[in-house]
Write a protein that binds this ligand. Structure first.
Ligand code: ZN
Length: 244
């Protein structure tokens, strides 16, 4: 079975359409979305509609939660706050109602899926170190846990339930590995932050026993022009072309 994992779309419809068309060419069985459909970009309703239509599991992200009033923006930076205010004002009622029903964490196909962290997913903690990753391995029992939230693609391995390290490279062949578990961030579709402006997503192939990242070019300038039109902060606009 081939499962595509997408996350952190952030209302960037140009990026989402490019990624979905790339996924289509790879004949996957299911597409799962790990949250943050909205916030930052100019097309929240269009992105919700397309995710709803394309994905068999959709999780709640912190920007989705904030846009529908389930989370205060007090800990958001000023740019994110402005983007959330615009999003809240421009969400259609059906979009608002849909986001408000999304789950925080799910187990499916014997994997765990969550936007932020398996530990207290409603606290929106970030995994930015091996220590934080090691801590989080205690809060899921499946071989794999997929997360989003940081917008940085990374594969973290726990070996023999004690050694934690980062797997090098853009693909993982796990068939030959024994007694390992994985915490994988599939990167961001709509606002990559690893200095590569191309959209990022992942595919796990449970027959071939591989996980691979895919990078997809999209019309960044078109997404930026729309953001300028609705007066999004310039920082949010330029970061798309820089991938940061
Ligand atoms: Zn995000």
């Amino acid at each position: 079975m081939k499962i595509a994992l997408i996350s952190d779309i952030h209302a960037n419809i140009e990026a989402l359409e490019a990624v979905l068309s790339d996924i289509k060419s790879r004949k996957v069985d299911e597409i799962l979305c790990l949250g943050d459909i909205v916030g930052y970009g100019a097309n929240p309703n269009e992105c919700i509609e397309l995710v709803k239509k394309s994905c068999s599991l959709v999780l709640l992200g912190n920007h989705d939660a904030a846009a529908v009033g389930l989370l205060s923006t007090q800990h958001f930076n000023i740019h994110a706050k402005i983007a959330i205010e615009w999003t809240t004002d421009n969400l259609k009622k059906w979009g608002h109602d849909y986001l408000a029903t999304l789950p925080l964490k799910e187990a499916k196909f014997s994997h765990t899926f969550v936007h932020a962290t398996p530990y207290e997913p409603n606290m929106w903690y970030y995994i930015t170190s091996l220590e934080e990753a090691a801590f989080n391995f205690q809060f899921f029992e499946t071989p794999f846990c997929f997360v989003g939230h940081t917008h940085i693609p990374i594969i973290i391995v726990l070996e023999q339930e004690k050694e934690v390290y980062v797997h090098p490279g853009e693909s993982l062949d796990y068939g030959a590995l024994a007694n390992v578990r994985f915490l994988i961030n599939e990167g961001s579709v709509g606002q990559p932050r690893d200095r590569n402006p191309k959209s990022c997503y992942g595919i796990i192939d449970t027959d071939a026993k591989t996980f691979t990242y895919h990078r997809v070019a999209y019309d960044v300038q078109k997404a930026q022009a729309k953001m300028r039109k609705i007066k999004m902060p310039e920082f949010l606009i330029t970061r798309l072309e820089e991938g940061r």
